[in-house]
Ligand binder design. Structure first.
Ligand code: NVA
Length: 312
């Protein structure tokens, strides 16, 4: 099967068939890892991390190992991308040694610069605008959860994201719109998604038939199957002097048992790291409704599906 990916940079660069094929491939790799154990044999992947990471670092490193390849972690020792060396030179150098580049960066411009100048595929492992690996893993998880009698029908799933309009909500919302999943975005005033992302998502939802509800009114969330949340303060946005005000502003948007009851949702998702008692209560995070570790594991299988499709 060829999914025909050149890079994996942003969710909106994929169509519905490619996404469904990636989800199916991820589940197949998860169920039959031995069948894929040599796909990256003799290949090396350079992994640039401008920001901290637990799940992304470990899931790429161990996932690449499971495909028979070798992963090299490049932290901050070479300075910020584009400062000690141009992004283009970074891309050209790494392309001489490695077969793919994974990058977690501050700015989406760096992802685009790497892709433009690298002669090997580039995978976005989070930037300021997108987190496509997370969203793909989340739809793998939703497919697992909502498959009945071997039929997965994501078009019946109602998914709501509550919290900061950020990279995670952008990717989730765009992928939902492509896949035809009804999506509600609830963000406090001042923390909405960028207009360009909303417009892009509206166009995709119109094409797929997904219902899209974007609001700042927490009481306008409606009935849902799944509630998703993420940190209220993303990496790079930390400002200690503003933290108390941000927490107070977001407090009504906390995901807790009362919200689950009001929305009739039975599943709660979080990309982690979770800030317990901020965006989600400890009690809910630790409850049977939370599928957060399934999401974390699926990062690896989803990313491996991307890697396999880049090399086969
Ligand atoms: N929105 C969060 C996601 C962390 C995985 C951040 O960018 O820090």
């Amino acid at each position: 099967m060829s999914i025909q990916l050149k890079n994996f940079l942003a969710d909106d660069e994929l169509n519905k068939n490619q996404l469904l094929a990636l989800i199916e491939l991820a589940i197949n790799i998860k169920n039959n890892p031995a069948d894929y154990s040599q796909v990256l044999a003799g290949k090396s992947v350079a992994m640039i991390f401008e920001k901290p990471s637990l799940r992304t670092h470990v899931s790429f490193d161990m996932g690449i190992n499971k495909l028979g390849g070798h992963a090299l972690y490049l932290g901050q020792q070479n300075g910020k991308l584009g400062e000690r060396e141009r992004v283009s030179d970074y891309a050209k150098n790494l392309s001489r040694f490695s077969d793919a580049i994974v990058a977690r960066v501050f700015s989406h411009d760096s992802i685009q610069g790497l892709a433009e100048h690298a002669s090997v595929p580039v995978i976005n492992a989070l930037c300021d605008i997108y987190h496509p690996c997370q969203a793909l893993a989340d739809f793998v998880t939703l497919t697992e959860l909502f498959t009945k009698d071997k039929v997965a029908d994501l078009s019946k799933v109602k998914l709501a994201y509550i919290g900061d309009g950020n990279n995670v909500s952008n990717s989730l919302m765009i992928m939902a719109a492509i896949l035809g999943v009804d999506f509600t975005l609830v963000t406090p005033v001042g923390y909405e998604a960028e207009t360009s992302i909303i417009e892009k998502t509206q166009a995709l939802a119109k094409a797929s038939g997904a219902k899209l509800n974007i609001t700042s009114d927490i009481n306008n969330i409606g009935v849902q199957d799944v509630i998703y949340t993420d940190t209220w303060i993303s990496m790079g946005d930390e400002d200690a002097s503003k933290k108390a005000a941000v927490l107070a502003h977001f407090a009504p948007y906390q995901v807790n048992h009362a919200l689950m009851e009001n929305t009739e949702a039975s599943v709660v998702m979080h990309c982690q790291p979770a800030h317990l008692e901020e965006e989600i209560t400890t009690e809910l995070f630790d409850s049977d409704m939370a599928v957060v570790f399934q999401q974390a594991e699926n990062r690896m299988w989803a990313q491996n599906a991307v890697l396999v499709s880049l090399f086969t």
